[in-house]
Design a protein around this ligand. Structure first.
Ligand SMILES: Nc1ncnc2c1ncn2[C@@H]1O[C@H](COP(=O)(O)OP(=O)(O)OP(=O)(O)O)[C@@H](O)[C@H]1O
Length: 254
């Protein structure tokens, strides 16, 4: 008897319509995608094709017009509490300190203060922001703001981290450092996150970080190709296969 393992996370025949200028337009059409536990998957595609929408559907912030999201074999209804989100624009509250921004989800859950303090301190240390607990977002560099965004997501101890162009608002050097740090957190046994799904428009970033790159088409969006990245980690931009993969993905998008 063959026992089929159920997919960890699955988008099954997802379609999404949006009301645009008084008409229902199809943004995503019959999109199916399966993600394994422990995978780092990047999603790339033409501008405006629906990458962020797809993350919102995965998390349950949008209910798709047709199709369903399956999580551990069951339909996922409503917001999935096992997922955390990291945003391109950081989405920090400017009137809150680093400590308050990181702990906001735990406060909303009504956990005891001592537990919140312990957890917040742990994740602030993990992202290298110790000493900045009482700073406000305006006092932080872009990279530090995104560290707060990452710590806030990790603090909720999600199994899956969704990242929407997390390094796009950062300078090149800061992006390099933060990419490495996210990879280290992903492989850190003290972290709850095992699976990462990242939207990016930077092909090099997708190859440097992911196990698999999912290439989406123009609207109405569907999966054009899924490309496994078998390069040894840590990845080297100068590896001869790097450009081959990069050219392949670029030709599929353009
Ligand atoms: N709430 C909404 N109402 C109407 N149209 C929407 C809504 N949300 C998204 N869209 C449209 O759906 C399409 C996909 O948007 P989305 O932001 O998901 O694309 P994207 O691939 O993430 O874009 P970018 O590459 O610019 O980051 C766009 O054409 C957008 O205008």
């Amino acid at each position: 008897m063959v026992i089929m393992a159920e997919p960890f996370l699955e988008l099954s025949m997802i379609s999404q319509e949006f009301l645009e200028e008084g008409r229902n337009n199809l943004a995503i059409r019959d999109l199916s995608l399966s993600i394994d536990e422990g995978e780092f998957v990047s999603i790339v595609g033409p501008s405006g094709c629906g990458k962020s929408t797809l993350l919102r559907i995965l998390q349950g912030l949008i209910s798709p017009t047709r199709g369903e999201v399956l999580y551990r074999g069951s339909p996922s209804l409503g917001v999935n509490g096992d997922m955390g989100m990291v945003f391109q624009g950081f989405a920090l509250f400017p009137w809150m300190t680093v400590r308050e921004n990181v702990g906001i989800g735990l406060v909303a859950q009504g956990l005891p203060k001592s537990e919140i303090s312990r957890s917040v301190a742990f994740y602030i240390d993990k992202v290298g922001l110790e000493g900045y607990e009482e700073a406000y977002p305006r006092e932080l560099s872009g990279g530090m703001k995104q560290r707060v965004g990452i710590a806030r997501a990790l603090c909720m101890e999600p199994a899956i981290l969704l990242m929407d162009e997390p390094f796009s608002n950062l300078d090149a050097l800061t992006s390099l450092t933060l990419r490495d740090e996210v990879l280290m957190l992903w492989q850190d046994p003290e972290m709850s996150v095992r699976t990462i799904i990242m939207v990016t428009h930077i092909i090099e970033e997708a190859i440097l970080m992911s196990d698999r790159v999912v290439v989406l088409s123009r609207r109405p969006t569907h999966v054009v190709e899924e490309i496994s990245v078998d390069l040894r980690r840590p990845r080297d931009r100068r590896h001869p296969d790097f450009d081959r993969l990069s050219d392949r993905i670029f030709s599929l998008i353009s």
